[in-house]
Design a protein. Structure first.
Length: 339
C-alpha cells in the first residue's frame, strides 16, 4: 500500500489551516513581526491575548507588548523609535547603553536620551559627508547634496570617497574643476593646458592631486620659495625677506592657501610690515582662502586613514596643512576657499 495517498490530504489540510490562521491574524501583529523580526508570526504568535491580554491603543503600544512578549530587547526603546521615527531601532540603536548608559527614570526621559543620541549620530554623519566633499572636490557639500546623503544609510569616509571617485571620473566638467582648483590652492597658480590634459586621463580626486603637488613642491625648493612669495604678495602686498623665507621653509611644505590664511591671521595681530620668523602658525578663523569644517576626533582619525593625510601635530587636516593650528582648537578638515 502506498501511504503517500493518505499523507497528501493531511498535508494539504495543514497548509490550508495555516493559511486561514495567517489570514485571520491581526494586521498590526503581522506588520510588527515583519518589521521587528523580518518574518510572519506563527499561529501562536497571532494570538492577541499574548499582548496585554489583547488590549492596546495604537500600533506603537502593540510593538512594545510584542517586544516584551518575545523578550527581544527593551520594549520602551522599540516603542519610542516607533513613535518618534516611525520605525524599529537598528541593531546598534537597541543597546540600552546608548541612552545615558542605560539609566532613565521615565519613558519621557528615555525619549529625551534617544533624541540626543540621534542628534549626535546626525552630527557625525554630517561631518563625514562634508569631510568627504572637501577631500574629493575641494568644497563643501551643497544643502541639496547634504540632504540627499543624510537621507541615505551612513557611509564611512572611504565609502563616500569611492562614490565621489566614480562620479568625478564620469563627469568631465567636475574633473576639470577639481584639477584647476588643486593647482590654485596648493601652488597658487592656474595649471597649464598640458597639466590639465595629463590629469584628466587619471583616476584622481582633489585630495590625490593636492598630495601630489605638495610632494612635488617638497622636491623643488625653488618652486616652493615662489609659492611663499606669492602668498606674501597676496596678503601683505610685499615680498618676504630672506629670514622670512628661511622660517617658512623650516615649517614643512605648506600649501599656498594655508600660507595665505596664516598671513591673514598674522596681519590682523601684527600688521603687514611685521616680520614672521618664529612662533607657531595659526590659520585665520574667517579666512577667505580656506574652507574648513570642524570634525570630531573619531571622524578626524577616519579622514586621516582614508585620505592618507598626516597633519604632523597640527589640527588642520589637509594636504599641505603641516603643523598648523586652527583658532579655537579641535580638528578641522580643510580645502582651498579660492574660486
Amino acid at each position: 500500500m502506498n501511504h503517500k495517498h493518505y499523507l497528501a490530504p493531511l498535508f494539504f489540510s495543514f497548509l490550508l489551516c495555516s493559511a486561514v490562521k495567517a489570514q485571520n491574524c491581526d494586521p498590526w501583529i503581522v506588520k510588527a513581526y515583519q518589521e521587528i523580526f523580518k518574518r510572519t508570526p506563527t499561529a501562536q504568535e497571532c494570538n492577541i491575548k499574548n499582548y496585554n491580554n489583547g488590549s492596546w491603543n495604537n500600533y506603537c503600544e502593540l510593538v512594545n507588548y510584542i517586544v516584551a512578549y518575545k523578550r527581544a530587547g527593551d520594549p520602551w526603546i522599540f516603542k519610542a523609535y516607533c513613535e518618534m521615527y516611525n520605525r524599529v531601532p537598528g541593531t546598534t540603536e537597541q543597546s540600552i547603553y546608548n541612552y545615558n548608559n542605560g539609566s532613565w527614570n521615565s519613558y519621557d526621559q528615555l525619549k529625551g536620551y534617544i533624541s540626543s543620541y540621534q542628534k549626535s549620530l546626525e552630527k557625525e554623519k554630517t561631518e563625514r559627508i562634508q569631510a568627504s566633499y572637501l577631500l574629493a572636490f575641494g568644497r563643501k557639500a551643497t544643502q541639496s547634496e547634504l540632504n540627499y546623503w543624510l537621507s541615505q544609510p551612513d557611509k564611512s569616509i572611504a565609502e563616500h570617497l569611492a562614490n565621489h571617485r566614480r562620479f568625478a571620473n564620469s563627469d568631465k566638467s567636475t574633473k576639470k574643476a577639481l584639477i584647476i582648483k588643486s593647482y590654485k590652492d596648493i601652488i597658487g597658480r592656474e595649471p597649464t593646458s598640458g597639466e590639465i590634459d595629463y590629469w584628466m586621463g587619471r583616476d584622481v580626486l582633489y585630495v590625490d592631486l593636492t598630495k601630489n603637488h605638495v610632494q612635488w613642491l617638497n622636491g623643488n625648493p625653488a618652486e616652493y620659495e615662489n609659492v611663499i612669495k606669492r602668498s606674501y604678495q597676496t596678503v601683505l602686498n610685499r615680498q618676504p625677506d630672506a629670514s622670512e623665507i628661511n622660517y617658512w621653509k623650516t615649517q614643512g611644505t605648506l600649501s599656498y592657501v594655508v600660507l595665505v590664511s596664516c598671513h591673514e591671521e598674522w596681519k590682523k595681530a601684527n600688521g603687514q610690515t611685521a616680520k614672521k620668523t618664529s612662533g607657531s602658525n595659526t590659520i585665520s578663523s574667517n579666512s577667505s582662502s580656506l574652507q574648513t569644517y570642524p570634525i570630531s576626533d573619531k571622524v578626524a582619525n577616519e579622514v586621516r586613514l582614508a585620505a592618507g593625510i598626516n597633519n604632523n601635530g597640527g589640527n588642520v587636516i589637509a594636504a599641505g596643512g603641516g603643523n598648523v593650528i586652527a583658532a579655537g582648537g579641535g580638528n578641522v578638515v580643510a580645502a582651498g576657499g579660492l574660486n
